[in-house]
Each structure stands twice: as C-alpha cells, then as structure tokens.
Design a protein around this ligand. Structure first.
Ligand code: NAD
Length: 378
C-alpha cells in the first residue's frame, strides 16, 4: 500500500471494543482526515454493542475487517498481551496500525513488528497521543522558546492504588505487561521525550508491596488477582541532552501530593507540566527569583484521544514521518524494560532503541491539524 494514496478520508477499522474504545469512537468523528468504517472484537457482542452505541457503520469479525479493502488503518485497542499478535495480523493484511500502549509487552515483539511493517511497506503508530494535546504542546513551545532556559532536570510522578476499584476486568494490570510503569509510564515518558529529547541511560528499583488485589468493581467484585509484576517502580533517566530525570510510578500508594505531576527544571526557571494522561490541564512557569507561579494560557487546542490517529493519517497522506511513529513507543518500551532490568541486575542500563524528539505541533491551528505547511518527510 502506498504511503501517499490520495486525500480522501482514511478508512479506519477498530479491533478491541472495551473501555477505551468509547473515547476513540466519541472523538474520531470530529477529527479531520479519518472515517471509522467498522469495529470488531474477539467477543462479537461487544463489537455489535459499540457499533450501535456510536453509529459505526459495521460490526465485523476480525478477519472480515482485515480483508475489507476500504479500511487502510486499523486501531489495535486490545489488551497489552494481545497487542503483538493483533498488530502483526493487521500488518500481514497490508494495513497501517495504530496501537494502544504499550506497543507490545516484549521488546523482541516490538522489533519484530517494526521489521514486519518495513517489509510490508505499512506504517505503525502508537499511543499515547496525549503529548499532542494542548497541555504538553504548550509546554513544548515554552521550552523551545527558551522560557525556562536549557532544561537540566525533570521529575515525573504517578502514584495511586491501582485500577481494581473501578475497571470492570482489571487482572491485566497485575500480569506480565501490566504494572504501573507499563500502564502509566508511557504517558510520562512520552511527554518527557517530547519535552527533553531521548533517553540514553537508566537506573531503577522495583518492588511490590501487596501479593494480591481484591476487585472492588462489578461484575467481578470480591475476586482476587495475583500480583505477578512490580507495583512500585522508581527510575533515574539520563537524557542524551545531559539532563537528569526522576520518575516514580506506583500502584502501592494510597495518597500523594505528587500524584500526576511533571516538572521541568531549566537554567532560568521551572515549568509545571499538566498531568500527561490528559490533553489539556494547567501550565505554570516560575522564573529565577520570582516568588509566584504564573499561569500560561494554552497555545494549542486541548484535543482528545484520537489525535494520534488523525496525525498518523495526515502524515501518511503527506508522505512524512508521523509524530506518533512507533519508533518513539519502542524507545519508551525500551526505557521501561530497562528500568525493571536495572532493578534486577543492580546496574545502569544503556537504551538501545533510539528515537528522535517528535516535531512540535504548530501553535494556533484548529484541533486535529498539526502543520500549516506539511513539513518535509524525514
Ligand atoms: N481503560 C483505560 O482507561 C485505558 C486508557 C488508555 C489506554 N488504555 C489501553 O487501551 C487498551 C485496552 O484497554 P481497555 O481498558 O479498553 O481494555 P478492555 O479489557 O476493556 O478491552 C479490551 C478489548 O479487547 C478485546 N480483545 C482482547 N484480545 C483480543 C483479540 N486477540 N482480538 C480481538 N479483540 C480482543 C476484548 O474482548 C475487549 O473487549 C490497553 O492497551 C490499555 O493499556 C486503556
């Protein structure tokens, strides 16, 4: 399939009609350049229910969706341990993939997916797309405009008590590929790479305070989940720029005033970055000796989940590299694995999956637009 096959809206199919599919199906109809044509799930009742709830033209079996010639790009919204097989099936069908995070559970699978996509001439994009939202892009512009001077350090914290109190089927959060770093780390690390550039080395410590979890939500209330993965993960990040980052992700903490914060420390001041799991939020700057924080109005529209799909479709139509190209997710996956590996081995780990800092989104454009003039392919 050509990467530049005209300017009609890109036909999109969706596999995995669970919790998060609702956000995509709410937002994608208002995004330019994409049109959702069909949805699918291993459980067809879920696909049919989502299709009727959101007016998706067709609910189809997975194979049928993969063989539909009108569908050029397929969203993989399945659970993390199914990501690799489903993405490979999409690539095998000659279609572009946009996967929910993490790209895959294993690094080897991620490498295999990127190779398979290259051979097949299709593109792979990956969530999170929150870094394309108004909050993080406003921060990106502030850094690029020199508002805090050269960034020299960063902190990122995501600490809560897990998802078993609300998610209808939360076991996957405590199985291989789950845990707070693989679940929430992608938001924080993707935002940090967008703001600070790629990571060169990491060190980490990881543990689990609770051997099991009790589900508090319906329909599985009262069932016990074994905890197979670390649920408190602390990492140190050495960025290629020389800046030093600290990240803590935890499902073991009942309350914290640091929850869902990122701060960037520059030579001339500090930038308070909004929660990278949302698209908007409050941006604040405090320079040098200033006694107070100043609020900075967002320079970009807030957006919502689905921005990454619109960006990828625009990139494919323009024949340029996408900001959500899976090279970035692969870098983030390597960082997350390496933090865990560092904890096991007791030493720093070099990051081998490299990525470039994605291009900034131009300020002042409407939602779902990223460049007033297509930027050159890279
Ligand atoms: N729930 C959230 O708040 C949230 C937020 C952001 C991202 N995500 C990510 O989105 C993805 C899905 O999360 P969710 O909460 O919607 O999970 P979910 O369990 O609610 O939904 C997953 C769906 O995928 C289907 N599925 C599983 N394996 C499949 C296969 N091989 N083929 C076809 N369908 C298959 C399941 O039947 C289910 O309907 C995960 O990667 C998660 O990390 C979730």
């Amino acid at each position: 399939m050509s990467l530049q096959s005209g300017s009609k809206p890109m036909g999109v199919g969706l596999i995995g009609c669970g919790v998060i599919s609702g956000q995509y199906l709410t937002n994608l109809p208002r995004m330019p350049g994409v049109e959702v044509l069909a949805c699918s799930d291993i459980d067809m009742a879920k696909a049919e229910s989502r299709a009727s709830e959101f007016g998706v033209p067709q609910a189809m079996a997975v194979d049928e969706l993969l063989n539909d010639p009108d569908i050029e790009l397929v969203l993989n919204l399945t659970i993390p341990k199914a990501h690799a097989d489903v993405s490979l099936a999409i690539i095998g069908a000659g279609k572009h993939v946009y996967s929910e995070k993490p790209l895959t559970v294993d690094l080897e699978d991620a490498t295999f997916i990127l190779q398979a996509a290259r051979q097949k001439g299709v593109a792979v994009g990956c969530a999170p797309d929150t870094f394309l939202g108004g909050g993080i892009q406003t921060c990106r512009k502030l850094i690029d405009d020199g508002a805090i001077g050269q960034p020299v350090a960063a902190t990122a914290f995501m600490m809560n008590h897990g998802h078993e109190s609300w998610h209808p089927d939360p076991a996957f959060y405590y199985q291989e590929g789950g845990g707070p770093m693989f679940d929430m780390g992608p938001y924080y690390l993707t935002a940090l790479v967008n703001l600070m550039g790629p990571v060169k080395w990491v060190a980490g410590s990881a543990g689990a305070a609770f051997a099991d979890r009790t589900i508090g939500s319906e329909p599985l209330r009262g069932q016990t989940i074994n905890v197979d993965v670390p649920t408190h993960v602390a990492g140190v990040l050495d960025f290629g720029s020389g800046a030093i980052g600290t990240i803590i992700t935890s499902f073991d903490v009942w309350a914290s005033r640091l929850h869902r914060t990122i701060e960037i420390y520059g030579i001339d001041g500090t930038l308070a970055v909004p929660d990278p799991n949302i698209f908007g939020g409050r941006v604040q700057v405090r320079r040098g000796q200033e006694a107070e924080w100043s609020d900075v109005p967002l320079t970009h529209p807030e957006g919502g989940r689905g921005l990454g799909v619109a960006e990828m479709a625009a990139a494919l139509r323009q024949g340029r590299k996408s900001r959500v190209d899976a090279q970035l997710a692969n870098h983030v996956l390597d960082v997350m694995h390496s933090i865990h590996e560092s904890s096991t081995r007791g030493r720093h780990i070099a990051i081998s999956a490299t990525a470039e800092r994605p291009a900034a989104v131009e300020a002042g454009l409407p939602e779902g637009r990223f460049d007033s003039v297509p930027h050159p392919s890279s």
